[in-house]
Design a protein around this ligand. Structure first.
Ligand SMILES: [Zn+2]
Length: 305
C-alpha cells in the first residue's frame, strides 16, 4: 500500500510538473533567422557537441516555430537580415515575432539613418538588434552608430547589443576585425550616458570575458538589462560562467533585469536545452525563474497583456 502511494504521489508530481511546464509563458529575447542564401557559411555548421545545424533556412524556421509552440514561447525577438525577419512574420500566425535586425556594421543591407528611420516608422524594426559592433571592429559608442541610436531614443525603440566575444577562430575567418576587448560592456558606457532614456539590453551578459563588468554596469545604470542567450547552452564553460553570473546577479539584487534568450543560431534544439538549463538552477526560486522567462522581458518591452 505504501509503495502504491509513493507511485501515485510520484506520478501526480510528474503530472503537476508537466502541467507547470506547458503553462510557463516564455519570452525569448534572442532568436536568429536566416535567408536561404546566407544559411551556409558565416557561422559554424556544427556546434561544440558535434550537433549539426538545420539542413536549410526553411527547416530551421519550421524547427524554431515548433519549439515556440512546444515551450509556450509567446514572444520572440527575431534578429536577422530584414528579408528573413519579414519572411518569418508572414508565416507567424500567432503574432509571436518581434522584429529585430542583425547588424555588424552601420551600413549592412545598404542601411543609412534615413532608411532606418523609415523602417522604424513602418514598424519594420521593433528592436534595434542584435547589433554586434564587436564583429565589425567597432563599439556602439563609436560615432558611426550615433544616428541610429538617436532615432531609437526618439521612437523609444529598444536596443540589443552583443557583448563578450564570438566563436573561437572567427577572427581568422569571417570576422577579421573582431577583438575580445570590443566585447567589454564598459564600451557602451558612453551610450548609456548620452541616451539616458534609451531602452537597452546586453546580449550574453558580459560573455565569458566580462561578467563582472556586466554586473557593475547594471549596478551603475539601473535602466540596463541583459539577456543570457548562447551562454545557457553552447559549451560547458559558458554554462559555468552564466550560472555564476545569475547567482551573483541574484545576490546583488539585479535579477529583475535578467531576461531569457536562447540564441539558437542554426541549432533549434538549443532552445529546449537553454530552457532546461535555466530550470535546473536550484538556487533560483520558481518565481525568479518565471521572472527571467517572462516577466522581466514583459516589463522591458512594455508589453500590454
Ligand atoms: Zn545572437
Amino acid at each position: 500500500m505504501k509503495k502504491f502511494n509513493i507511485i501515485l504521489l510520484t506520478s501526480t508530481l510528474v503530472h503537476l510538473s508537466l502541467f507547470a511546464q506547458t503553462h510557463t509563458k516564455i519570452i525569448d529575447m534572442h532568436i536568429h533567422s536566416y535567408t536561404e542564401s546566407e544559411f551556409e557559411g558565416k557561422e559554424p555548421d556544427q556546434d561544440y557537441y558535434g550537433n549539426k545545424g538545420s539542413k536549410d533556412a526553411e527547416s530551421h524556421r519550421l524547427e524554431t516555430f515548433a519549439a515556440f509552440e512546444k515551450f509556450n514561447i509567446v514572444k520572440a525577438m527575431v534578429s536577422g537580415n530584414p528579408e528573413s525577419v519579414e519572411n518569418w512574420v508572414t508565416k507567424d500566425s500567432n503574432q509571436r515575432i518581434i522584429r529585430g535586425i542583425l547588424m555588424y556594421t552601420p551600413d549592412d543591407y545598404d542601411m543609412d539613418s534615413v532608411k532606418f528611420e523609415q523602417m522604424v516608422k513602418d514598424n519594420k524594426i521593433e528592436v534595434f538588434g542584435e547589433t554586434a559592433p564587436y564583429y565589425g571592429g567597432t563599439t556602439l559608442s563609436d560615432s558611426i552608430w550615433q544616428p541610429y541610436l538617436q532615432i531609437c531614443e526618439k521612437y523609444d525603440i529598444p536596443v540589443a547589443v552583443h557583448m563578450g566575444g564570438g566563436d573561437p577562430g572567427g577572427t581568422y575567418s569571417w570576422s577579421p576585425k573582431a577583438r575580445l576587448k570590443l566585447g567589454d560592456p564598459y564600451t557602451i558606457e558612453d551610450v548609456l550616458v548620452k541616451y539616458p532614456k534609451l531602452r537597452i539590453y546586453m546580449m550574453h551578459a558580459g560573455g565569458e570575458d566580462w561578467p563582472e563588468h556586466a554586473l557593475r554596469l547594471m549596478a551603475y545604470y539601473p535602466q540596463l538589462y541583459t539577456d543570457l542567450a548562447v551562454m545557457l547552452w553552447v559549451e560547458p564553460n559558458t554554462q559555468r560562467y552564466i550560472k555564476e553570473f545569475i547567482k551573483n546577479a541574484k545576490e546583488a539584487g539585479y535579477l529583475n533585469r535578467v531576461m531569457f534568450g536562447s540564441d539558437q543560431m542554426k541549432f533549434p534544439y538549443a532552445i529546449e536545452k537553454s530552457i532546461n538549463f535555466l530550470k535546473s538552477l536550484d538556487f533560483l526560486t520558481d518565481k525568479e525563474k518565471e521572472d527571467i522567462f517572462y516577466n522581466n522581458a514583459a516589463i522591458f518591452l512594455k508589453l500590454k497583456e
